[in-house]
Design a protein around this ligand. Structure first.
Ligand code: SF4
Ligand code: SF4
Length: 473
């Protein structure tokens, strides 16, 4: 039944194949010769398939796990350097007709405040986000054909791109909305979106149906095949993710990699990003009600193994995770994080106060301001990046993958990160952040291998201090 090239969800995410994979992993989790062979293959930097990666996930030999962590750190350094791209979610509407049992936006929740941003509200929200320094957003909306039709989403994207406040601009809008039709994906592409993100939640079909008892999202196949329709509609950067804590993590992990393999096999390009959310407390949702939640150690191992298995795929971690957990997994391969997020509708312009009836989707663990996050990253030795260059240069899908595969990151992403950081420091940073940021830029400029690129980047950084903006390689 399993067929990586099939266009049917139940064939490219075959339950039977996942079960056999887990049995194979269990049978080999102490098979040191095989484990060494898999690690040696991973060292070549070409990734691992779901079976190989599942063996490493099942393996509990401490030295081997340590080797995986070290390798993840190395791959992260080789492919992504020390940059971390920053973004913020923007909640447009929490009207939703679905019945997802883990999300407070589900239809039957009557004590949550329902809100939908008007275009005027969006101007306020985006102005607030621009004033923090954000350049990249991920828009989020519940599924509701009456309140949030595709026309509403398209209008919002248009508005977001049109807002220019002081030196601010949103240069890339990623979209996280419900599975939809090829035609609607085409319209999103035409509206100039970056990545289309859709979390699978769980790859376990039976559990999926139980967790989504009502609404259009109940249809497992329609949801699971969404990325194929998105690609057919011309979107070539798609973002996968599962909500860890909904089903057994080893099952989800194998499913996630099978999905990535399917996209690569059929469309010639794997997922642009993978997100690793864990279930969180929220209005009328208690995460302890889900008995598959994973501890921090397992979470870190999953992050490391994703990095090792799909080296070219960016990995995103949100403010669902605390500062401490983020610090632990950053070196293991995370390439993008959100900062200063509000998970309520309209929360940037007017933050909700505790006692109010909330409209937020989940509790945020990392509550720091963007300046605090930038400052923290610099002190940890990372370059906070606001780069959006690839999408704006048309480097999406396989063209983006080429950049990664040719290891052009130090000549491309690295100077872009430094130039966008410089913009941030000039326009939005606190005095202290500016000081340490400038020192970091000076140090990091030296690492650009191509002398011509180095000189151009250095000139542009000088121009930015003089008031010019928006340079990119
Ligand atoms: S997870 Fe998405 S689809 Fe489900 S209730 Fe929440 S907003 Fe609606
Ligand atoms: S140059 Fe492209 S791949 Fe590199 S950070 Fe910018 S957008 Fe990402």
């Amino acid at each position: 039944m399993y067929n990586v090239r099939s266009m049917k969800a139940e064939e490219f995410i075959s339950d039977e194949e996942i079960r056999e994979t887990l049995a194979y992993a269990d049978a080999n989790k102490e098979n040191v010769a095989l484990i060494d062979e898999i690690i040696a293959k991973a060292k070549l930097g070409k990734g691992l398939n779901h079976r190989e990666a599942s063996v490493l996930l099942a393996c509990e030999i401490p030295e081997k796990t340590e080797e995986v962590y070290k390798l993840a750190e190395q791959i992260k350094k080789d492919y992504y350097g020390n940059r971390i791209v920053l973004f913020a979610p923007l909640y447009l509407s929490n009207y939703c007709v679905n019945g997802c049992v883990y999300c407070p936006y589900h239809l039957k929740n009557k004590h949550i405040a329902r809100k939908k941003l008007t275009q005027e509200d969006i101007v306020k929200e985006v102005t607030a986000l621009q004033d923090m320094g954000h350049k990249r957003l991920a828009i989020e909306a519940g599924e509701d054909p009456v309140n949030n039709p595709i026309e509403y989403i398209l209008e919002c994207i248009n508005t977001i791109y049109s807002i220019k406040h002081k030196n601010g601009a949103i240069r890339r809008v990623n979209v996280n909305i419900a599975a939809t039709t090829v035609e609607n994906y085409r319209r999103l592409k035409e509206a100039g979106i970056g990545t289309y993100i859709l979390f699978q939640e769980t790859y376990h079909k039976k559990n999926y149906e139980e967790l989504h008892p009502t609404g259009p999202k109940h249809d497992y196949a329609y949801h699971t095949e969404a990325m194929d329709r998105a690609m057919e509609g011309g979107i070539d950067d798609v973002g996968l993710g599962v909500l860890f804590g909904l089903d057994k993590y080893r099952y989800e992990f194998a499913g996630l990699l099978m999905h990535a393999e399917h996209l690569e096999a059929v469309h010639g390009v794997g997922p642009h990003t993978i997100s690793v959310p864990r279930i969180k407390h929220a209005d009328d949702i208690d995460p302890t009600a889900f008995d598959n939640s994973i501890d921090d150690e397992t979470f870190a191992k999953i992050c490391a193994l994703i990095r090792v298995s799909v080296p070219y795929t960016g990995m995103i971690i949100s403010t669902r995770e605390s500062q401490a957990v983020r610090e632990k997994v950053l070196p293991l391969g995370v390439s993008q994080i959100s900062g200063a997020s509000r998970t309520s509708v309209g929360g940037y312009a007017e933050p909700e106060v505790e006692e109010e009836v909330t409209s937020e989707q989940f509790d945020v663990s990392d509550q720091r301001t963007l300046d605090e996050v930038v400052n923290w990253l610099i002190k940890l030795g990372y370059i906070p990046s606001f780069c959006t260059a690839c999408y704006r240069e048309g480097r999406t899908g396989d063209r983006f993958m080429e950049l990664c595969k040719n290891m052009q990151i130090l000549n491309c992403c690295h100077p872009n990160a430094l130039m966008t950081l410089k913009e941030y420091l000039e326009d939005y940073a606190s005095e202290e952040t500016r000081k340490i940021g400038m020192k970091l830029i000076e140090r990091e400029l030296e690492k650009i291998p191509n002398p011509k690129v180095k000189q151009t980047a250095s000139d542009h950084i000088h121009d930015i201090a003089e008031g010019k903006r928006d340079f990119r390689f």
